[in-house]
Design a protein around this ligand. Structure first.
Ligand code: NDP
Ligand code: MG
Length: 422
């Protein structure tokens, strides 16, 4: 039956009808990326997506999606209720079929240009693994309040930042790559959007807001931004979790990290995953360096002196030339930066992970990293970055891409015979 786009959109805006039957847990297991979207020319007003009018089924499929996305409109919990730190009871939320959610997102986005195709680059290693890889996504998703109220993206039209559509672009990116673990920064819609939706996709989430989030300075903000960590519950068991407020020269700072020890259900192997967002801006290099040292010290303790393999994702707000980068590269935790492996010699970071135009001019920087224990883990593949042509002359964010930072995605496997030099 034909549904107009307006009808499809309205499915995202209403609460779930009561008494719907519960579905079995969604099979978010393994990846068949959606069909390739055509590449766009570097034009500022690319053509709209082909209209997805026929994609969404009627009835329960649509109805099941009412409540999770609808909550994003009906709640601004974080700023109004002191209990924003308390996670809602996800037991009562119905599972969502990721394909249906993806279709719903695409329906909302039907006037936008198609998403860009990015390919995984095979980084062949000599380490065959009998277990499925662990897919990790690192992404600074751009806090809604900062994007609208602070960041000054002078070439980005305000309509491109509308939350009701931008959240669907973010979800589309997550659903396209189906990470097993999701490490996010600048999350200011955790409780009303990402926690309820991702829990219904099978993820367990943790949020740690910045103590003095700059989002709170923005009128009509949705609460503080912070780091969020999600993992698929059917793949991992949570062993240990730590919310860390980073210090610099013994002083507590406004930056945070989350570190969790997870156990793989398939292999019973444990590893630690951490997410952080270090202090931004030039002039703060020593401060970032001190925060990095504090994080490394915390991770030394959590990994029992590098006995437990480690993956650290973050927006470090630091180019590879900075001291904090060098601390991580030379740490006794024996870390390597996964995205270096995309370079010809395996030694160079990508030319950019964020690219935007502010009033001060063009800002193209490499600031985001996925560090991993190089003796215990191998990177099987990594998602290539967007090209300059795809990013376009107005840079990011844009109608095509929801954040000023690119997502980084890697597939990891455990080395079969760790040599004891994690
Ligand atoms: N009430 C109080 O007592 C306190 C309030 N605060 C508030 O917090 C703010 C600072 O917080 P802090 O955590 O140190 O923030 P940061 O300096 O780390 O930056 C906050 C955000 O601003 C973005 N940003 C980076 N460069 C620029 C730029 N040139 N223009 C606009 N945005 C930029 C960053 O994005 P990205 O990482 O993507 O670059 C980041 O997410 C203060 O301005 C104040 O509002 C802070 C402390 C105390
Ligand atoms: Mg930012």
């Amino acid at each position: 039956m034909y549904q107009s786009p307006r009808r499809l959109c309205s499915a995202l805006l209403h609460r779930d009808a009561p008494g719907l039957r519960r579905l079995p847990a969604p099979g978010l297991r393994r990846r068949s990326p959606p069909p390739a979207a055509p590449r766009l020319p570097a034009a500022s007003a690319p053509p709209a997506r082909s209209c997805p009018r026929t994609v969404c089924s009627m009835g329960n499929g649509t109805s099941r999606l009412y409540s999770a996305l609808a909550k994003t409109l009906n709640s601004s919990a974080a700023s109004q209720h002191p209990e924003y730190l308390v996670s809602p009871d996800s037991e009562h939320l119905e599972p969502i079929d990721p394909k249906e959610l993806l279709e719903e997102c695409r329906a909302v986005l039907h006037t936008r240009p198609p998403r860009f195709q990015r390919d995984f680059v095979d980084l062949r290693t000599d380490c065959p693994s009998s277990h499925p890889p662990i897919r990790v996504m690192q992404w600074n998703i751009l806090a809604q309040a900062l994007g609208e109220g602070k960041d000054n993206f002078v070439q980005c039209p305000v309509e491109a930042l509308k939350w009701e559509e931008r959240k669907c672009l973010i979800l589309e990116e997550i659903l396209a790559y189906q990470p097993d673990i999701l490490c996010l920064q600048e999350v200011d819609h955790y409780f009303d959007t990402f926690q309820p939706l991702l829990s219904r996709l099978g993820y367990q989430g943790t949020f740690f807001p910045k103590p003095w989030s700059p989002c709170l300075d923005v009128e009509h903000n949705n609460g503080p931004d912070g780091c969020a960590l999600f993992f698929l519950q059917n793949r991992f068991k949570l062993v240990n979790s730590a919310n860390i407020r980073l210090t610099a020269m013994t002083l507590k700072t406004n930056q945070v990290a989350i570190a969790q020890t997870l156990e793989c259900k398939e292999s019973s192997r444990q590893f630690c995953i951490a997410v952080t967002h270090l202090k931004a801006r030039t002039g703060w290099e020593r401060f970032r360096s001190a925060q990095g040292c504090d994080l490394l010290q915390n991770l030394q303790n959590i990994t029992q002196g590098a006995k437990i393999p480690l993956i650290v994702c973050g927006d470090f707000n630091a180019e590879p030339t900075e001291e904090v980068y060098k601390h991580f590269a030379s740490s006794s935790l024996n870390l390597n930066s996964a995205y270096k492996l995309l370079s010809a010699d395996g030694q160079s970071e990508p030319p950019y992970t964020t690219w935007k135009i502010r009033t001060s001019g063009e800002c193209r920087h490499t600031l985001d990293y996925i560090w991993y224990s190089k003796h215990a883990l191998s990177v099987k593949s990594a998602l290539d970055l967007l090209t300059e042509e795809q990013i376009g002359p107005n840079r990011l964010p844009s109608f095509n891409y929801p954040s000023d930072h690119l997502s980084l995605v890697c597939d990891f496997s455990f080395n079969e015979e760790p040599d004891g030099l994690l």
